[in-house]
Design a protein around this ligand. Structure first.
Ligand SMILES: *Cc1c(COP(=O)(O)O)cnc(C)c1O
Length: 354
């Protein structure tokens, strides 16, 4: 090993779901939305003045934070925006998780959390879910340097009622508690209503799922203004201009169209419930998802083999090698037609297998 190589920061990165781009594929592997963003977004992009690209964007992304403040009925200084919620959560880890005590999160959850913890050298402890994949709230009563989990959880899709969230908040007033609400718009109730009651609560959401804008990279956190100030101080110590002009304006346009947002969410929820029925009829078991995906297993089918079969049929779902969940596939909710194609191929597979 060369001398300089000894000082390289070694890290095992997060592995994102693959992004194939094949004609006629059904892409149900990374929880994107199958519908386009609000029509006003297209208008913004078409009307973007190229000349403005000479100039730096607004580091405060004010047009976007103002629209979000109105939508969620909070003050503008209670909102932090970033390049996807991955950027926002990474910033929050760096800002708030600086204790000698470990931060806590579930053992089965968004697999990016341990990656950030390792990168930033934050101690962490993972807590087992119960046998039904539920969070055991009592586990979170122990001393800690912070807490984070998604609600609904990923990849299970299970939503914890707000009394569970509040109970965890009540027992944890000495550290920052982050609720990652990437999937909250598909049927759960947001913990945003606790923001003024618990000043150590940070709620994080994204435009990638319910707002159909994964490719534009927009996420945000809402919290007490002192939390947000601290996040901005860290951000301005790394890169003031994380969000580009087009993202700021198209994000704003998306937030302003509440009717379209509600329409898309309702469509996804309806398709999800229909897909649950179809999967049940085919003998699948799954936690009762309140997200835009279903985490399914089958007693009589080899899930890894089914995953490969679907792939060979140009249908992409997500599967992990992690022994705890290797018998599950996570299926993103697509359009009605896409789900019909999935169900059809599962039937073909079953017939051939039996
Ligand atoms: C998708 C997802 C995110 C990150 O999404 P961005 O595209 O970075 O906004 C964060 N947390 C969970 C649990 C997710 O599933």
């Amino acid at each position: 090993m060369r001398e300089w190589e000894k000082n390289i920061r070694k890290t095992v990165p997060y592995v994102a779901g693959e992004q194939p781009d094949k004609p006629d594929m059904v892409k149900l592997n990374t929880n994107e939305c199958p519908y386009p963003p609000a029509p006003e977004v297209e208008k913004i992009i078409k009307e973007t003045e190229i000349d403005k690209f000479r100039l730096y964007p607004d580091p405060e992304a004010s047009e976007l934070t103002e629209a979000l403040a109105q939508f969620y009925q909070v003050e503008q200084d209670m909102i932090f925006v970033g390049v996807g919620s991955d950027d926002v959560i990474a910033n929050a880890f760096l800002t708030f998780f600086n204790s000698e005590k470990p931060i806590l999160f579930p053992d089965i959850t968004y697999s990016f959390y341990p990656v950030w913890a390792e990168l930033y050298k934050i101690k962490y402890k993972t807590l087992a879910l119960d046998k039904n994949f539920r969070i055991k709230k009592e586990d979170y009563y122990m001393e800690n340097g912070g807490i984070i989990f998604p609600n609904p959880n990923a990849p299970t899709g299970l939503y914890e009622e707000l009394d569970v969230i509040e109970d965890i908040l009540k027992h944890n007033q000495k550290s920052v508690v982050m609720i990652d609400e990437a999937y909250i718009d598909f049927g759960g109730e947001s913990a945003l209503k606790f923001i003024s009651k618990y000043e150590n609560l940070l709620v994080i959401q994204t435009f990638s799922k319910s707002r159909s804008m994964a490719g534009m990279r927009i996420g945000f956190a809402v919290g007490n203004k002192n939390l947000i100030r601290a996040m901005k101080d860290v951000k301005y110590s790394i890169n003031s201009y994380t969000m580009n002009r087009t993202a700021i304006l198209s994000g704003m346009a998306s937030v302003k169209n509440r009717d379209y947002f509600d329409l898309v969410r309702k469509k996804i929820i309806a398709t999800r419930e229909k897909t649950k029925k179809r999967l049940s009829e085919l003998g699948f078991d799954f936690p009762d998802s309140k997200a835009n995906f279903i985490f399914a297993t089958h007693k009589a089918l080899d899930i890894t083999d089914l995953f490969e079969y679907l792939r060979s049929r140009n249908i992409y779902v997500r599967h992990w090698d992690n022994p705890q969940i290797k018998d599950y596939i996570r299926i993103t909710i697509g359009t009605e037609e896409e789900m019909e194609r999935l169900i059809g191929e599962i039937k073909n597979y079953k017939e051939a297998a039996c």
